[in-house]
Design a protein around this ligand. Structure first.
Ligand SMILES: C[S@@+](CC[C@H](N)C(=O)[O-])C[C@H]1O[C@@H](n2cnc3c(N)ncnc32)[C@H](O)[C@@H]1O
Length: 217
């Protein structure tokens, strides 16, 4: 199920910014029609939402950044821009059609086809220990309790107290309490210019603890 494409090493990651975005809109709509609960949105994130998701990433730190649920890649494009050829970017997406699109759109980026709820084993396989940023547009509230619990704990453990989780959402009222229970510092940036309007939770300072269904709302 996994396939990996490594960065080309020329610092550009080999893509013209914005390429493939138009084609991606149709693919996104098609996959939403076929897989509503997994795709969970009728259109890709706007450039404003994607830009907000990449806020706080400092290329000079050479960070390891893991993106979860990349779809057609609007956030990937912003992450590539933000990293400017520094650090390491790993893009995880479960859908085969999206992965093929991502590999065409970002030929130098490491795209891994996998279920993000198996993040711990996946990062072990890739030889990644600590992660500075996890940027996720996964439909977190659609995940069943046990996989969500496993995923959030894997994220928290890998961030190691100082890194950050950037969770994109168009349903912030479903998720705030969940993140505030798990992280010491939780900020929400509202982004009205998106269909529908959404925003990004930036979470730091993993507290650990349980993640149960009752904490979801
Ligand atoms: C709301 S879309 C976001 C897509 C894109 N990041 C954007 O902002 O436009 C959610 C994405 O998560 C992917 N996804 C859903 N569940 C997943 C899982 N368990 N593992 C990996 N990807 C998943 C879907 O295939 C879809 O591409």
């Amino acid at each position: 199920m996994r396939a990996s494409t490594r960065a080309g090493g020329d610092g550009t990651l080999g893509f013209p910014p914005g390429a493939g975005a138009g084609e991606g809109r149709w693919l996104f709509l098609k996959r939403f029609w076929e897989q509503r609960s997994a795709v969970a949105s009728v259109s890709p994130s706007s450039r404003w939402l994607a830009h907000s998701a990449a806020e706080g990433i400092r290329p000079e730190d050479d960070p390891t950044v893991v993106e979860l649920g990349a779809g057609t890649g609007p956030i990937t494009a912003e992450l590539v821009r933000a990293l400017a050829g520094r650090g390491r970017l790993v893009v995880v997406e479960r859908d085969a059609a999206f992965c093929a699109h991502l590999r065409r759109r970002f030929p130098g980026v490491e795209v891994v086809r996998a279920d993000a709820t198996g993040l711990d084993a996946l990062l072990d396989d890739l030889g990644i220990g600590r992660v500075e940023h996890v940027v996720s547009a996964l439909p977190m509230w659609w995940l069943p309790d046990a996989p969500r619990h496993r995923l959030l704990h894997a994220i928290g453990d890998r961030l190691d107290g100082t890194g950050s989780l950037h969770q994109v959402t168009t349903a912030p009222w479903l998720q705030g309490r969940l993140y505030r229970g798990l992280f010491q510092e939780v900020r929400f940036r509202f982004v009205p210019l998106n269909l529908p309007p959404g925003g990004v939770y930036q979470c730091r300072g993993w507290r650990g603890g349980g993640v149960t269904g009752g904490e979801r709302r």
